[in-house]
Design a protein around this ligand. Structure first.
Ligand code: PMP
Length: 460
């Protein structure tokens, strides 16, 4: 690696000249210059100026075992030397995807025993969409192909991912979404509950929106409902306890498949291996990626339930779908080692019994009373802080989304990486965080909130 031969200014100039970043306003980026992260260790990332920043986002919801894991580097190195690549097409495969699939099946809900690989969450959702439609076609019901999703859902950035997702800005830029995807309300009580409506009733009403969409289309035309168990990029929106059991009941009643997108929640984040287990669900597909390798290699796995998998075998016929890197041997070697680390260190149990509950309590106690915080919420090691101008009325700062950016910039300047989405600060730290790390994070966030409050009221 020779980047050390370049100054930050030189790297930024090359970046501006040649590199188009994802989800970026390129005009703004040119003006501001990019932040260059150069190395990382444990829970910390370091930028080119040597600043140490506590990574409250685990990279991008993925580095669950933290940075600097030699075992993962060595697993990749060994596999690259032995067999860097061979495909899984044409009745071939290689050992590591086989063994990883077995491992995932052991951890997954009981009705799930098969895995289809890709390299990203978006690809895995493409696979999921094609697979459920193929399933109904094999069942002799090709017209049962409508998918119900939710506003503000994030299911990736390919055409299928963006179509499944419920982000208005993304839809506007699609120039034609995948047909037959409809979106219903999200289960977000803080903004959508009616005056006097309690969480329980709100959760049932949000689930009823799914039933209404099924009835409107006719159950014979609806293939599946897709949802993130906890909406991530849309703002860590945790549904009321009444929501998921009711959605599961409705899906069963109308024979609509349940597709869970666990790209964020998979592999421990909510204190179980999968949020399906946290919410006691029996999905037909689970989309996973990110923490499957803790982000050390690009890898996704679509977990496929027995009903769909058995139909593929019974009915036969080729499923015309797959990627060159489906079951990449190096990525799968890293995935295997990563799961072993999570198991060896008991990280899932730790989130469930210790750091998860502590995280929720700490956010509440240290940040919940702050003047510009409307609500804090957490599940496992996933959290959100709502930024408001007025706690009582829930009034937001204008323009929408601006205040969270001010908080984020102060947080980063104070050694704390947080993400701003809309008016919400979101967090998804590595599962290696301890109680001490959580305390340190709360201290830094509190300081960022104080500084942001001063800025935000000064500029009014
Ligand atoms: N689904 C969810 C729930 C996600 O959070 C993401 C990424 N943040 C994706 C799908 C897409 O994954 P990728 O960026 O790997 O394509």
């Amino acid at each position: 690696m020779t980047y050390q031969n370049y100054s930050l200014k030189q790297l930024q100039a090359i970046d501006a000249a040649h590199h188009l970043h994802p989800f970026t306003d390129h005009k703004d980026l040119r003006a501001a210059g990019s932040r260059m992260i150069t190395h990382a260790d444990g829970p910390y990332i370091y930028d080119s100026e040597g600043n140490e920043i506590l990574d409250g986002m685990a990279g991008l919801w993925c580095v669950n075992v933290g940075y600097g894991r030699n075992e993962l580097a060595e697993a990749a190195y060994r596999q690259m030397k032995e067999l860097p690549f061979y495909n899984s097409f044409f009745r071939c495969t290689t050992p590591t995807p086989v063994l990883l699939a077995k491992k995932i099946a052991e951890l997954a809900p009981d009705n799930i025993n098969q895995v289809f690989y890709g390299s990203s969450g978006s690809e895995a959702n493409d696979t999921a969409l094609r697979l459920v439609r193929h399933f109904w076609a094999l069942q002799g019901k090709p017209q049962k192909n409508r998918i119900i999703s939710r506003n503000m859902a994030y299911h990736g950035s390919t055409i299928a991912g963006a179509s499944l997702g419920g982000m208005g800005g993304m839809h506007e830029q699609l120039g034609g979404a995948v047909p037959n995807v409809v979106h219903v309300m999200m289960p977000y009580a803080y903004e959508l509950a009616l005056p006097g409506e309690n969480d329980h009733d709100f959760g049932l009403r949000a689930a009823k929106a799914v039933e209404d969409a099924i009835l409107e289309a006719g159950a014979d035309n609806v293939a599946a409902f897709i949802g993130e168990p906890v909406m991530g990029a849309g703002g860590v929106k945790i549904p009321p306890a009444s929501y998921w059991p009711e959605v599961q009941r409705i899906c069963r009643k109308y024979d609509v498949l349940l597709m869970l997108d666990e790209v964020i929640t998979g592999y421990g984040r909510t204190g179980e291996w999968f949020a399906a287990q946290t919410f006691d669900l029996e999905p037909d597909t689970i989309t996973t990626a990110k923490a499957l390798t803790s982000g050390y290699q690009p890898l996704s796995a679509l977990l496929v339930g027995d009903r769909i998998a058995a139909t593929l075998v019974e009915k036969g016929g080729e499923f015309y779908h797959g990627y060159t890197y489906s079951g990449h041997p190096v990525a799968c070697a890293v995935g295997l080692e990563n799961i072993e680390i999570i198991q060896r260190e008991g990280l899932v149990e730790r989130v469930k019994n210790d750091t998860g509950p502590y995280f929720a309590k700490a956010l509440q106690e240290h940040l919940g009373d702050h003047d510009i915080v409307g609500e804090v919420r957490a599940i496992g090691l996933m959290g959100a802080i709502e930024i408001v101008k007025d706690k009582a009325t829930k009034e937001r700062f204008e323009p929408s989304g601006s205040a969270a950016v001010v908080v984020r910039d102060h947080a980063i300047a104070n050694g704390m990486m947080l993400r701003a989405t809309g008016d919400t600060m979101i967090m998804s730290p590595p599962l290696i965080w301890t109680r001490d790390t959580i305390d340190l994070a709360c201290e830094r966030i509190r300081k960022a909130l104080d500084l942001a409050k001063a800025d935000l009221f000064r500029s009014k």
